[in-house]
Design a protein around this ligand. Sequence first.
Ligand SMILES: *Cc1c(COP(=O)(O)O)cnc(C)c1O
Length: 398
Amino acid sequence: MSATTDLQARFDAALMPNYGTPPVAVARGEGCRVYDADGKSYLDLIAGIAVSALGHGHPALVSAVADQTAAVAHTSNLFLHEREVELAERLVALLGGTRDEDVRVFFANSGTEANEAALKLAKRAADAGRTRIVATENGFHGRTLGALSVTGKAAIRDPFGPYGTDVVFVPHGDADALRKAVDETCAAVFVEPVQGEAGVVPAPEGYLAEVRRVCDATGAAFVLDEIQSGIGRTGHWFGHQAHGVTPDVLTLAKGLGGGLPIGACVGFGRYATAFSKGDHGSTFGGNPVACAAALAVLDTIENEDLLASAAELGTLLEHAIASIDHPLLDGVRGAGLWRGLRLSTPASAAVQSAAAAHGFLVNALTPDVVRIAPPLTISREEILEFTAALPAILEEAR
Ligand SMILES: *Cc1c(COP(=O)(O)O)cnc(C)c1O
């Protein structure tokens, strides 16, 4: 028995079966490489689902977390601490440049919690009678009951209903359907700039601007879920910045903490101050260690010019993949260092395991889409190492 199969057997016996058995047991990481329990090395092209933005063991993250843990690891929301104030100020500064209005932050511990806060915020700000939420088919907003109620994947939503919220789903990117669904009874519209879990599916040009117009015309809150697209993933701090629009409520998580759990719900304008004292809370939310980690992520993105790098290397990755002529490969989409490889047959699981055998971690996202979302610190050489191996990986998976 290898160390991996031994751990898998223990995993199967002690953990609930909701994930199935993961194929790789990660023991440690260094930069963009991770090593499994048997010492095999992999180039990490998924970064823990677009989370480990600085790769593994980045000195800025390690010292921020170690220093903060030594100073004070937890305060609860009964007390304030400087790191949460600093992080909120940084996010406000990154987001506030385009509109002359109040911008404020609530900290949670995960993406789904950030969306729970957004749902409560939209309900709090809405007049009586505005009870409906509009969301998108195949959209993903999280697994807790509120976020799940606006998640447009029937297979994961339906088994846990009925939900207390009236939600209408419209096709992602369909402006006409959106205009028909959103009216004065609508409290909020939930969208992602690029649908992540659906297969890295960008919205058509002009769609976010149309969401903005429809929300302005009807008074519904424009809630933009940037949990996967935010914090540099697309080559911009936030995906919406490429579209010249700002939402009313923005949710963040994944890449923000660089691997430490943190989520954020940002309110603009009247949504900045819609919660009153006592309306919402979290014991761990805004935890000093998670905030210190997030500050290290933001500093490092700035210091190492990782936005420009995500844009440039993302284009390199896209072009290198697009130039591969293989019957299993049907194209590549996405933005920055966030790409979906479209396959001509539902072979993504076979591609994922062939890639792992070749020493690359990628993600079988849907049956015919493989997700690539490496650390933002990945090098040109590492990207080319993967694209050079990709034809052989595809051939093995065919
Ligand atoms: C991952 C994700 C979530 C949920 O985040 P968790 O931290 O897993 O709760 C919500 N929305 C989007 C767009 C995501 O990608």
